[in-house]
Design a protein around this ligand. Structure first.
Ligand SMILES: [Zn+2]
Length: 450
């Protein structure tokens, strides 16, 4: 008996410190989760750690896992939120994908916030409990983590597929670099000190001219590819010689083949294995909810349903943010093909929406609907700085553009923006009570060993 008591005591002593370390780390996770400032811009590490921390703190409702990796071997992380109250088969699948475009950072904040909000409110908010008891919500806050991380140096849209833009057989041989240490990558111009802006000529981007070819920043760290033109649905369908030609130079931005970019492959493969009823992909650039199709003015089969849901989502965005939003068919914004929502709706029958959460700058109440809808914030004006002789070139001007100055800076009232996006996503979830969900067509699996 005495021996046993001693053994017991020894065990308690052994376990106690471990326990308290665990309790401590749980408390740290708690503090971290409670003290997030959603008015700030967050790094890629923040988003990755947030998903991990939510899975540690809420193991019964949150699972975090990578769905693929990027060219730079970054993980593309997803969080799966659902309770085990009901069998997964009987649940309604919802997908939220943020930041396909690296520089559209508010889209990542909105997706991460939605994940955080669902996980942290499950135990206290009946509505959230009801959602996670009946739905499985898959959220990928940053689909393009390479582009996202690179956007803290310069706001790029693309991924980081190794690319040789200047034809010297070395990829990324002249990346942009902050030569004067002011944290901003400038556009480089030449012109006399007393020249008018219109008379200055652009000669490149701020870089150390790493490849020593006399051209500054002519092989930056970014591919030429727009991931949202590379899904495996009507890839490169709209030719340049057809009317209308693709919007946004997408013809040259669709890459070499459909769905060969690792980020797009990861999302496609992931969605093929899940029964998803509705999907939102998050962007910035306008304030709008867009519905399929992107490639044709024709209306899809479920147009009425999706247009109604998009209108409800728009209202939620307006009510929450106090800003104006609108909704329309994506084609009427501008025509594209091989976008995510055409693939998810066209291939899998998922009700799909593009939520554009933010357009920077002043809104123009007398302008077009696009011009009326903006965040209504003050953006910094371009700064022109005369450098004189720089890197062996005379009369150099640095033009620090408004967008380059905004790198890493969150717009004011971002908390309202992410809350608005979350509320729009809740509207989308509510619209899918017992839908049949997506069904990947059999031909997609032939010969794939699935
Ligand atoms: Zn975008």
């Amino acid at each position: 008996m005495k021996k046993l008591t001693l053994l017991f005591l020894a065990l308690v002593l052994l376990i106690a410190p471990c326990n308290s370390v665990f309790a401590q780390s749980n408390k740290n996770t708690d503090d971290k989760l409670q003290s997030i400032n959603w008015d700030e811009r967050h790094t890629i590490e923040f988003h990755d750690n947030l998903l991990k921390d939510l899975a540690i703190k809420y193991p019964n409702i949150a699972k975090t896992y990578p769905i693929g990796h990027t060219w730079r071997e970054r993980k593309i992380n997803a969080i799966e939120l659902t309770s085990n109250v009901k069998n997964e088969k009987n649940k309604t699948g919802i997908a939220v994908i943020g930041n396909i475009h690296g520089n559209e950072q508010e889209s990542a904040e909105s997706a991460s916030y939605t994940a955080w909000w669902l996980a942290t409110n499950y135990n206290t908010d009946k509505k959230v409990k009801n959602i996670l008891d009946n739905y499985t919500v898959y959220i990928v806050p940053v689909m393009n983590p390479d582009g996202y991380a690179q956007s803290f140096i310069y706001p790029i849209r693309e991924n980081l597929r190794p690319t040789d833009r200047n034809g010297n057989n070395i990829v990324f041989s002249d990346p942009y670099s902050d030569t004067d240490g002011d944290g901003i990558i400038a556009d480089i111009y030449v012109g006399a000190k007393d020249s008018a802006i219109k008379d200055r000529k652009k000669i490149g981007m701020e870089s150390a001219d790493w490849d020593k070819n006399g051209v500054f920043g002519d092989d930056p760290k970014q591919s030429t590819i727009d991931l949202n033109r590379t899904f495996d649905y009507l890839w490169n369908y709209l030719d340049v010689d057809r009317k209308p030609a693709l919007g946004g130079n997408a013809y040259t931005r669709a890459g070499a083949n459909p769905a060969i970019e690792p980020e797009v492959k990861a999302v496609q493969n992931f969605l093929l294995t899940k029964k998803v009823h509705a999907l939102a992909t998050l962007h910035t650039g306008i304030q709008c909810v867009l519905t399929p199709w992107c490639n044709t003015p024709e209306k899809p089969k479920d147009a009425k349903f999706m247009e109604k849901v998009a209108a409800d989502m728009t209202k939620a965005l307006e009510d929450t943010t106090g800003r104006k939003f609108y909704s329309k068919q994506s084609y009427d914004d501008y025509p594209t093909s091989a976008e995510m929502i055409d693939w998810t709706y066209g291939r899998l029958g998922i009700h799909s929406y593009t939520i554009e959460v933010y357009r920077g700058g002043k809104s123009n109440p007398k302008g077009t609907i696009e011009e009326q809808c903006a965040w209504n914030n003050e953006l910094p004006a371009d700064i022109w700085e005369y450098k004189g002789e720089w890197n062996g070139v005379k009369d150099v001007w640095f033009r620090k553009t408004s967008r380059a100055q905004m790198v890493g800076i969150a717009p004011p009232e971002q908390t309202k923006m992410v809350e608005g996006a979350k509320n729009a996503i809740l509207k989308m979830i509510e619209s899918e009570p017992y839908g049949p969900g997506s069904e990947a067509p059999e031909y997609l699996f032939w010969g794939n060993g699935w």
